[in-house]
Design a protein around this ligand. Structure first.
Ligand code: B3K
Ligand code: ZN
Length: 892
């Protein structure tokens, strides 16, 4: 496999100004006529034209209307001795029906769809398939009018009509130039929900959401989310919709979440379809953020795109930041914003931190790759978003908006780099810390790894000072031995004995400076000291408020300090974090002290102080239900594993389950009260407040069922089953089902059966049915047999990515104790599925291959067995470069 290096970037030898594509759509043989106008890049010496192509049948090549000689170099079509400007005509055919990779043009449920990012356009026609070649597109689609009544592509419909033999055509012109990865077409039997809107500037637009007939009643939320997105980008960043028509199309066969093709976003049905009967609150909120995300790409990604794929975070980190801000702004209230922030940080810490410490570790701007599809990662997306957020922290919210304006002034219509973005934000804020520290700040783009920030506090009663020493350190990552210090903004507060924030005055300053008791200091050295004056009693420090930087904070908090923060911190993030630290400390000491078998969890007994603190949270009159649910959720097994040098997944599971059981039994009366107070949320709306109440009620049910299983009391399981039957929305119904399943109660089987019967025609609900069963707590190794049994179910299919993921990825990546078995059967299963999937869909296989990223941290016998399984995959002949890159790096 060939490694592509960032340092090797060169501009393209030719530019493509216009593309005129004509498709004769047929599942077995689609004909593609591609007429382009090309121009030599006169900045470079004369070179041959090398066009990318993959799995294409080439029929004809004409230069200025004349047949011409060409050669093939590997997959590339090479033309020499070309004029400086010319028209190139290429005629190819492909077979969309056989395209199981779902890249390029493919068929799903008898409709045609495309997916071109990153390198799928070359599977449609020969092209300079790279993001810095931007062209104007005209697209004509021809197809059978009965089977494919709807014909869509980017831009505006300029012509349509009937053809002979029952066929018809549609011609689309995109008014904006774009890179090939943003090309899209859709053809099939689809219906749409339509909405006319008027922008702030008074322009009219048509918004459309296309779905299969029968799904229209599930499109309202996506449309509402789209309207909110349009309004938000205008209000917050002054960025309007630049198209008359903006379309979203849903397909049930899709490799990822959604795709921001210009004016024609294509979505996984999972992120479009929702109504209260079939979708949970989490689904509703995911739809809002994914619709927002793809829409925001229209500026950050499409108007200004990436020079090369190493710059992927330029559009993805920025656009995740934007969708996170969007969701927070829609929440309105500060407490709901904080809940969203906590959820985002939880994703970062449970997925990105492990990635950054493992074999696939890479900087936000990688230096090399074998297969770019492997770099659509939590590092590029979520850590990239944190880097953008730190810029906003350093220049302020208004300063950041000014920076965005300058970015578009400078780069609209161009393909640029992460450096260009950072430069624009800094230049718009010349007095800011960002401008002062820019070269050092940009280490966040070049250095991989999660920095650890250590903090020590010393109180000097005589001087009335509190001195905080902050240090930073980042462990080596693959290929990067030595790390230079990062620029780390650290939000700080000091709590007095009464729990209130103290005024913050650094020594040397004439007066205290802080907003709402918080101030942000910027750590730039390996170690720095900050001395606060006028402190009359020893405070409790609240460090890294709001999680101002993607780092691990090390501070040796006492239990008393953590309990104080949990009870009083004005920063909701750190208030939650204090509860998590209390739980982590207890879990880790139990894990370390269990001498014997994994089931010996006596050491996990929770102390009264912890239980009492959790009780106070549950009873707190002022805290939101959503926040309580987050505090009462124990750190995940994956998060706990990351805190250990050697990981025994069975032990972690046993300890965490024991803790959960104790929370269930010792807080029994409180769970009952909480359930009574929150289970009725009235007429369904997926807003933050009622979603939070449903989540907390669901959590209460789970704990009540857990306690009931232990005591043999039939009352709560019975009530839960009744709740399952009577629920007026999917969230309540699914939570009741999950409570029975996750507590291992015998009523679960009948509930699962009736759930399947109720929703047998709702693919997305059936996905939930599958994944709930394979993510249940492992009891005596029962999960793997269940997985194998479910794969024999007539609803199971390996070819549909959502379905394959709902069983296989959920098991291998979402159920550590079920997967990491002492008998290695989980790993054997994994290696077989990776190999099997790789032949069908390399992207799905390569994602699954990452389930063993952290194998080298495992305790024996897991470690050796895992390595053996990875080696088995790596030894397979003809692996895709996607999967090969993942397993090769894992073994390196
Ligand atoms: N840009 C697409 C991701 C494409 C992934 C290709 N393997 C979705 C998104 O981030 O919005
Ligand atoms: Zn994106």
């Amino acid at each position: 496999a060939v490694t592509i290096n960032r340092a090797d970037y060169t501009a393209p030898a030719y530019w493509i100004d216009t593309v005129d594509l004509c498709f004769d759509l047929d599942p077995a043989k689609t004909r593609v006529l591609n007429k382009m106008k090309l121009r030599r890049n006169t900045d470079l010496p004369v070179q041959a034209l090398k066009l990318d192509g993959e799995e294409l049948n080439l029929a004809r090549v004409l230069v200025n209307g004349q047949g011409t000689s060409f050669k093939m170099e590997g997959k590339q079509l090479v033309l020499d001795n070309l004029p400086d400007e010319f028209e190139l005509e290429i005629f190819t055919t492909t077979c969309p029906a056989k395209n199981t990779k779902l890249m390029g043009l493919y068929v799903s449920n008898d409709s045609f769809f495309t997916q071109c990012e990153a390198e799928g356009f070359r599977r449609i026609t020969y092209f300079l398939d790279r993001p810095d070649v931007m062209a104007m597109y005209t697209v004509t689609l021809r197809a059978d009018s009965t089977k494919y009544p709807v014909l869509l592509s980017n831009g505006n419909l300029v012509d349509s009509g009937k053809l002979e033999d029952g066929r018809h055509f549609a011609k689309w012109v995109d008014p904006h130039k774009k890179p090939s990865y943003l090309f899209a077409l859709v053809a099939g039997q689809l219906v749409s929900r339509e909405q006319r809107i008027t922008s702030r500037a008074g322009k009219e637009h048509t918004l459309q959401v296309y779905v299969r007939p029968g799904d229209l009643d599930k499109t309202e939320h996506a449309m509402t989310s789209l309207m909110h997105s349009v309004a938000w980008d205008e209000a917050r960043f002054g960025l309007p919709l630049d198209l008359e028509r903006f379309m979203i199309v849903a397909t049930s066969d899709f490799n990822m979440g959604a795709m921001e093709n210009k004016g024609l976003n294509i979505f996984n049905t999972k992120y479009v379809l929702a109504n209260q009967a079939t979708a949970t609150d989490v689904d509703f909120s995911n739809i809002e953020s994914v619709v927002g995300h793809e829409y925001f790409h229209n500026w950050t990604g499409n108007r200004v795109t990436c020079r090369d794929w190493f710059q992927l975070s330029l559009k993805e980190g920025l656009t995740v930041f934007r969708d996170q801000e969007f969701s927070q702004d829609l929440c309105g209230e500060a407490s709901a914003r904080a809940v969203k922030r906590i959820e985002d940080v939880r994703v970062l810490r449970t997925a990105q931190f492990p990635e950054d410490a493992g074999p696939m570790s890479h900087p936000v701007r990688p230096d090399s790759y074998v297969e770019i599809s492997n770099f659509y990662t939590v590092t590029i997306y979520e850590k990239g978003a944190e880097v953008v957020r730190m810029m906003q922290t350093l220049v302020g919210r208004d300063g950041f908006a000014k920076g965005m304006t300058l970015y578009f002034e400078r780069h609209d219509g161009h393909a640029v780099t992460c450096d260009d973005f950072a430069q624009a934000i800094a230049d718009a804020n010349p007095q800011s810390e960002l401008a002062r520290l820019l070269p050092q700040f940009k280490r966040w783009y070049s250095q991989a790894g999660t920095p650890r920030v250590s903090a020590q506090g010393v109180y000097d009663a005589a001087a009335g000072t509190y001195t905080l020493t902050l240090g930073q350190n980042c462990a080596p990552t693959t290929g990067q031995g030595v790390k230079e210090p990062f620029v780390i903004p650290v939000g700080l507060g000091l709590l007095g004995a009464d729990g209130k924030d103290l005024p913050l005055q650094l020594s040397g300053e004439p007066e205290a400076r802080s907003t709402n008791g918080t101030r942000t200091v910027v750590l730039t050295q390996a170690s720095e000291t900050f001395t606060f004056t006028g402190i009359v009693a020893e405070p409790v420090p609240s460090i890294l408020r709001g999680f101002t930087a993607p780092v691990v904070l090390e501070f040796d908090y006492t239990d008393a300090q953590l309990l104080h923060l949990l009870a009083h911190d004005s920063d909701p993030f750190n208030r939650w974090e204090a509860g998590q630290r209390l739980a982590v400390n207890r879990a880790l000491s139990a894990i370390k002290s269990i001498a014997g078998s994994a089931s010996d969890t006596g050491a996990a007994a929770l102390d009264d102080a912890y239980i009492e603190a959790m009780r106070q949270v549950l009873r707190h009159p002022a805290l939101d239900a959503a926040f309580k649910e987050l505090v009462l959720t124990l750190p995940s097994e994956t998060y706990l594993a990351e805190q250990l040098d050697t990981v025994d997944p069975q032990r972690i599971h046993a300890v965490r389950e024991a803790m959960r059981q104790q929370l269930a039994t010792r807080l029994h009366a409180d769970w009952e009260t909480v359930y009574a107070a929150n289970h009725d949320t009235g007429a369904y709306t997926p807003d933050a407040v009622s979603s939070g109440r449903r989540a907390l009620a669901g959590m209460a049910l789970t704990h009540l069922c857990l306690a009931a299983v232990a005591s043999g009391d039939p009352v709560w399981p019975g009530k839960t089953l009744q709740r399952f039957k009577d629920a007026g929305n999917m969230t309540d119904r699914f939570n009741a089902l999950a409570a029975l399943v996750s507590s291992g109660h015998s009523l679960a089987a009948q509930a699962l059966q009736s759930f399947h019967a109720m929703f047998k025609d709702e693919a997305l609900v059936i996905d939930k049915w599958f994944s709930l069963q394979v993510s249940a707590p492992d009891r005596g190794g029962n999960i793997l047999p269940a997985v194998k049994q479910l794969m024999k179910h007539s609803d199971f299919s390996l070819r549909n990515p959502n379905r394959a993921r709902s069983v296989i990825s959920t098991y291998c990546q979402g159920n550590p104790a079920g997967f990491h078995r002492a008998d290695a059967a989980g790993y054997v299963f994994w290696s077989e599925r990776v190999i099997e999937l790789d032949a069908i869909n390399p992207q799905v296989a390569a994602r699954l291959a990452r389930a063993l990223d952290r194998w080298s941290k495992l305790a024996e016998p897991y470690r050796s067995a895992a390595r053996e399984a990875i080696s088995r995959v790596a030894a397979k002949a003809d692996l895709s470069k996607d999967t090969l890159e993942v397993v090769t790096r894992a073994l390196a």
